[in-house]
Design a protein around this ligand. Structure first.
Ligand SMILES: Nc1ncnc2c1ncn2[C@@H]1O[C@H](COP(=O)(O)OP(=O)(O)OP(=O)(O)O)[C@@H](O)[C@H]1O
Length: 316
């Protein structure tokens, strides 16, 4: 039986929309997908005319679709943004070197200039070298701390005033669950913010905050976008894996579970009074690292503490 798209009532439905369960055609899927992200950008006033925006680009599906969408919406709605691609080379042979080749192709395909910064150049350590030293258990901690700072440093080199990342609704719901599971209420308050900024760092936002991962994959597939789809070879992160599997199970019986969890996280944000690093109107007040000058809540920033351990041969 041929199904007709429930949105345009004209074309043949070719997919069931994961977020709503609606049977729709390809053109309507592109339209609603793009329109929802445009609304997220406008409703949250993420950008202003003349902003220079770095798209954090790993070559994976989320950031590749983000680059495509930012370019499409900037042209279509005349946001007046100056766009750049910013990639961090963590130094993971057989993974990041391949995905960076994808970003280099995206630079040509979208005509957006690309800047690559590397852990090796910034910290003197690649992830390959770190994993040799610390093993597979805690390496994600090093990578997460270094990447956050590397993106800020790359953004300074590009002279941009905003960074966007491809974090999607599933990532955010998963982080809400993780923070509940860990009892980390300070992070729980912050993790649903669509835009984050401190006095010391460049504002970051997540235009895909309400976009389902399955829809991003579908969009990339139907648009035939060029992206890299292998998982990081060093990412065991078992605890997050359980949260992810749990979320996928919930989604399969109740697709709105992802949005519901995000809304729960948002509602929680306003009710708990936690003293450390409480965001003041979306801004976290912190000091600076006495060694490298990057933002820090203690004398040294997290990256310098980790580096000190590595350089002294005491990484664990
Ligand atoms: N090496 C990198 N260089 C630049 N940005 C990165 C890098 N790694 C991650 N990011 C940014 O952080 C976001 C979330 O990263 P995460 O590691 O969770 O990857 P992901 O969900 O698989 O996303 P993607 O599909 O874009 O790789 C990415 O969408 C991207 O914007």
């Amino acid at each position: 039986m041929v199904r007709i798209c429930v949105l345009c009532s004209t074309d043949r439905a070719v997919l069931k929309r994961p977020k709503t369960g609606q049977q729709i055609c390809r053109a309507c899927f592109f339209a609603v997908f793009e329109h929802e992200i445009h609304n997220t950008i406008v409703d949250n006033a993420l950008f202003k005319r003349g902003d220079k925006v770095a798209i954090a680009a790993s070559g994976g599906k989320d950031s590749t679709v983000l680059a495509h969408i930012m370019k499409t919406l900037n042209d279509r709605h005349d946001y007046g943004l100056d766009l750049f691609l910013l990639s961090v080379d963590e130094g993971i042979t057989g993974y990041r070197d391949d995905s960076l080749e994808t970003v280099k192709r995206n630079e040509q395909q979208y005509q957006i200039p690309l800047k690559i910064v590397s852990y090796e150049q910034l910290y003197g350590w690649s992830m390959d070298a770190i994993v040799k030293e610390v093993g597979l258990k805690n390496n994600c901690t090093f990578c997460g701390v270094f990447r956050r700072q590397a993106l800020d440093r790359g953004a300074v080199l590009l002279d941009v005033n905003h960074i966007v990342t491809g974090h999607n609704a599933d990532d955010i719901a998963e982080t809400v669950l993780m923070n509940i599971l860990r009892g980390d209420f300070s992070r729980l308050q912050r993790c649903t913010a669509i835009r984050t900024a401190t006095d010391e760092t460049i504002p970051r936002s997540k235009p895909f905050k309400y976009t389902y991962e399955k829809e991003i994959v579908m969009y990339a597939y139907f648009k035939k976008l060029d992206y890299f789809s292998t998982e990081c070879i060093y990412s065991p992160n078992a605890y997050r894996g359980y949260a992810r599997a749990f979320l996928k199970d919930l989604e399969s019986v109740r697709p709105s579970a992802i949005m519901d969890i995000i809304h729960s996280g948002e509602a929680y944000e306003t009710k708990v009074d936690v003293k450390v690093n409480v965001p003041v109107e979306g801004r976290v007040v912190v000091g600076t690292c006495e060694r490298c000058g990057y933002m820090a809540s203690n004398k040294l920033c997290k990256a310098c503490v980790l580096l000190e351990g590595l350089n002294r041969g005491l990484p664990k």
